[in-house]
Design a protein around this ligand. Structure first.
Ligand SMILES: [Zn+2]
Ligand SMILES: [Zn+2]
Length: 348
């Protein structure tokens, strides 16, 4: 089946309307009429070839919500009309230790990304900037109706990417959590950490988004451009979630960790970050990374957000505004995630 989509034909060309092919609905597949697709910074890095060679033409997008339009004969977990979501992966081996443990994102054979991945049938996966997608039921999430439809999409990447480390490192009552950067990922980290009961501090370059941060649930807000911030907050946090993908002076940030504290990177700077190991000796500190979350945990995150009344802050755009939106994301000029109305993927 051919569906309307937006794709780029090279690393330097803009995204343009096109049609892409979706496979026939197999016994375990779900056909989804996409309603909204979020714009993740990874979409931009990928489609511009900044994270390595990609097969063009390529359709990106891995924050997808929509409605089930058709299910295969063996599908048991979703039915026509359900509100569902798809995140950053659409398949994995399902047999390795990590997959069996529900950590498909760490599949030993590599998970299959929602776009630019090589699927088991050899085709290159195409992402959510399109009208429809066909996905194995195991990788389709239930999106509770109480989460506003047009705001739900960013939970599928930004939501789980921050929920998973907060959950793994036990953010909760009595824990002091710092969130570095208040962008698409950071604003979700603040909302989720606050809802988990942690005391939340935002560390942002300036105080320009302070009012927003406090409204989202932050208890404190500091500017990292101010050197006094690092003096004042020394040895104070149990957990730091770093959402910034630009290189940071790690020593300064690790110095903010209390006893047994951990700094987790979810932003991905392309270049290596130098680390002074002595900084880790103090307070038995850890420096860690975390990548999205497993399917079970993603469902848990969606249910948690529904229960706590949490949703991303979004700005709705039409497909012809994607290229402009990319420039605004790169200029940090988005409050806090763009969501594309999938109806507009069809030619006008
Ligand atoms: Zn993403
Ligand atoms: Zn596996």
């Amino acid at each position: 089946m051919h569906v309307n989509a937006y794709a780029a034909s090279s690393a330097t060309s803009p995204l343009e309307p096109t049609t892409i092919e979706r496979r026939d609905v197999g016994p375990k597949d779900v056909l989804i009429d996409i309603a909204y697709a979020g714009i993740c910074h990874s979409d931009i890095h990928t489609i511009r070839g900044e994270w390595g060679d990609v097969p063009y033409p390529l359709t990106v997008g891995h924050e997808i919500v929509g409605t089930v339009a058709e299910v295969g004969s063996e599908v048991t977990s979703h039915k026509v009309g359900d509100r569902v979501g798809v995140g950053c992966m659409v398949n994995s081996c399902r047999e390795c230790e990590n997959c069996k443990a529900g950590e498909e994102q760490y599949c030993e054979k590599g998970n299959i990304g929602t776009y630019a991945g090589k699927d088991v049938d050899g085709t290159i996966t195409q992402g959510g900037y399109s009208e429809k997608i066909v996905v194995d039921e195991h990788f389709v999430l239930r999106v509770p109706e109480s989460i506003p439809y047009e705001k739900a999409a960013p939970l599928l990447c930004a939501g789980i990417t921050t929920y998973s480390p907060l959950n793994h490192w036990n953010a909760g009552p009595g824990k002091k959590v710092a969130v570095v950067g208040l962008g698409g990922l950071g604003h979700m980290a603040v909302k989720i950490a606050h809802a988990m009961g942690a005391e939340v501090t935002v560390l942002s370059q300036t105080l320009s988004k302070k009012d927003d941060g406090l409204k989202m649930g932050a208890d404190h807000y500091y500017a990292t451009k101010d050197d006094e911030t690092f003096e004042k907050l020394q040895k104070s946090f149990d957990l730091i979630i770093n959402t910034v993908s630009a290189p940071l002076e790690l020593k300064q940030y690790l110095g903010l960790l209390a006893l047994n504290g951990t700094m987790v990177n979810v932003g991905a700077p392309p270049e290596p970050l130098p680390i002074q190991v002595f900084t880790l000796f103090t307070n038995r500190r850890s420096f860690a990374g975390s990548s999205i979350g497993g399917i079970r945990e993603t469902q848990e995150m969606l249910d948690f957000c529904a229960e706590k009344g949490i949703a991303p802050e979004t700005e709705l755009i039409s497909a012809d505004q994607i290229n402009e939106a990319y420039e605004r994301v790169l200029n940090s000029d988005v409050r806090y995630r763009f969501v594309i109305d999938a109806k507009t993927f069809a030619p006008a």
